[in-house]
Write a new protein. Structure first.
Length: 275
C-alpha cells in the first residue's frame, strides 16, 4: 500500500491537499491519507467493476425470480456504500502497519529468494491461503451466535446481483477480508503483486455474484464460481469457499450447483414461463 500512498502524495496530496510543512512520513498524516485512499479505491473498484458486470454479464432475467427483492439493486448499493467506510477503519490499521515496515512485502524481484518463480509461487500460495482462511471464517459466521448479528444481512440477497458483492455488515466484510491482509505479514510477497491480487480478489468477489454460471466443464467441480455461490445464498449451508471447492469438499459442505443439474434459478424461471 505504500506504493499507492507514495503516488497519492506525489501527484495529489503533497502539492494540493496538505500544508507544505506536514512531513509525508508523519504517522497521523499517513493514517488520514490511507483512510482516504482506501475508501476511494474500494468505491472505485466496487462501482466500476460492479457496474460493468451488472450491465454486461449479469442476466437481467433473474430479476423476474420470485426471490428477487423489490428495489434490490438500489438496496444492495446503499448497504455497500454505508458499510465500506466502516470496513476500512480496521483495514487502514493493517495497511498502516504495512507502510511502517512490519510486513514481509518487498520492492524488487531480486529480493525474492527464487526470483520470478518465487513471485509466481507466492501468487498461488496467496490464493490457497486466503481461500482456506475465508472458508473457515465464512463458515464460523454461519454459527447461530454470529449469523443473525453479522452475516444475515448478506443473505438477504437470495438472487444476488454484482452489487451484492460488497453489501456486508462491516464486521462480516472485514472478517472475510482478513486473510488478504494477514498473508503479507506471514509470507514474502512482492508489492506490485499484492496490489494486483488485491484488485483481483475484489473483482472475483463481484464475479461470484454475477449470475453467470458458465464454467469450463473440466473446472466445474474445482473452481468456486457464481453457480456455487448462488447455491450458497439459496441453500445456506453449502459452498462457503471463495475461489476453489477444495475446503468445501474437505469440510463436507460441498454441493454440486443446482444450475449444473437443471435446477437453478434460470431453470425455475423457465418452468414458471411454461405454466
Amino acid at each position: 500500500m505504500d506504493l499507492v500512498l507514495d503516488a497519492a502524495d506525489r501527484h495529489l496530496l503533497t502539492p494540493y491537499v496538505y500544508p507544505a510543512g506536514w512531513p509525508e512520513a508523519e504517522p497521523c498524516r499517513q493514517l488520514l491519507s490511507l483512510f482516504l485512499v482506501t475508501n476511494l479505491g474500494a468505491l472505485a473498484l466496487y462501482l466500476l467493476f460492479g457496474t460493468l458486470s451488472y450491465y454486461f454479464i449479469f442476466d437481467h432475467r433473474l430479476k423476474q425470480h420470485p426471490q428477487f427483492l423489490p428495489n434490490q439493486v438500489r438496496r444492495e448499493i446503499t448497504y455497500a456504500l454505508r458499510s465500506l467506510p466502516w470496513i476500512s477503519v480496521p483495514t487502514v490499521a493493517l495497511f498502516f502497519a504495512e507502510v511502517r515496515g512490519y510486513s514481509k512485502l518487498y520492492d524488487n524481484i531480486e529480493d525474492s529468494l527464487y526470483g520470478w518463480t518465487g513471485v509466481f509461487l507466492s501468487m498461488l500460495s496467496f490464493l490457497f491461503f486466503t481461500d482456506m482462511g475465508i472458508y473457515w471464517i465464512h463458515r464460523a459466521l454461519h454459527h447461530r451466535l454470529l449469523y443473525k448479528r453479522f452475516h444475515k444481512p448478506h443473505h438477504l440477497w437470495k438472487i444476488a446481483t454484482p452489487f451484492a458483492s460488497h453489501a456486508f455488515h462491516p464486521v462480516d466484510g472485514f472478517l472475510q477480508s482478513l486473510p488478504y491482509h494477514v498473508y503479507p505479514f506471514l509470507f514474502p510477497l512482492h508489492k506490485v503483486t499484492y496490489l494486483g491480487l488485491y484488485v483481483f480478489v475484489n473483482v472475483w468477489t463481484i464475479s461470484i455474484h454475477d449470475g453467470d454460471y458458465r464454467v469450463p466443464r473440466c473446472l466445474r467441480h474445482v473452481v468456486n464460481g457464481s453457480a456455487h455461490h448462488t447455491d450458497h445464498h439459496l441453500y445456506f449451508d453449502y459452498n462457503y469457499g471463495q475461489y476453489f471447492t477444495l475446503w468445501d469438499k474437505i469440510g463436507g459442505s460441498y454441493k454440486s450447483p443446482s444450475a449444473f443439474d437443471g435446477e437453478g434459478p434460470h431453470d425455475y424461471l423457465r418452468r414458471l414461463r411454461r405454466k
